[in-house]
Design a protein around this ligand. Sequence first.
Ligand code: HEC
Length: 257
Amino acid sequence: MKSIPANLAWLNLPNLPTPVKVLFSGYLLAIGLGLCMAGLQIMLTHGMADGKPGLSLDDIVYSYYGNRSGSKLESMLNGSMKEMGTPEARIDIIKWVRNGAPEAEWEPHFKGVFNEHCVPCHSTVPNIPDFTKYEEVKKVAKVNEGASIQTLTRSSHIHLFGISFIFFFMGFIFSFAVGVPRWLKILAIAFPFGFLIVDVLSWWLTKWNPNFAWFTLIGGFGYSVASTVMWFISMYQMLILSRNEKIYGNAWESDLK
Ligand code: HEC
């Protein structure tokens, strides 16, 4: 048993009282899982934006800037829906879509084409457009301008508020780490906030100019690395380094020097 220190020498990750360690490591565990799920979700939504699996620069451009040379329907017909119809039907649909998908040709011709090649799935599979209806075809036949301003403002404020909370507590916990040089601690705590702002700004910039998609990758990569480093050091110090029974001294006091 350690004796109770008169000063705050226990105020560091390895020497924290067990209830506080349970609180901190429980939080980090849940947040860590949450971050993995967020990564997976990005792969499954944005990752598929260009019709190919895996996250690429194109996905980011498609998501925010859109694909202004064609519609969603056309890019899907060149992507994961390519094998669905005959090559003739595909070309036929693409030509019609490029013409603005006029309704006059729906009943006499295209309704039948979609019925034959697409409707077996696109009317039965949930959460994909129902191609028995012209309105649903029309929606995906529009030129894809990427994320709308409404979507951008919504996801920007949710990200900025929500993720700042995650980084706040993560950085707060990490500030009690021992043996980390003062400058490194400051950088590790500041980086996620900086990269978060770069990430969110880059969505807006990419909507305007697709070359900014790089910043989305840099921002996302930057805060993933910074928070992973803080996560592992914090967990290691609380759960493993603590086992040698050493008293490390007040973590904040040592950072004053
Ligand atoms: C074997 C089933 C199947 C057939 C046949 C099929 N699709 Fe799909 N389609 C899907 C599934 C599943 C998705 C959602 C997953 C994805 O995006 O790849 C989808 C997604 C789409 C999307 C994107 C919809 C959106 O809003 O995200 C378009 C556009 C599309 N299909 C067009 C077509 C066209 C045009 C045809 C006919 C030439 C066709 N599909 C035939 C299964 C099918």
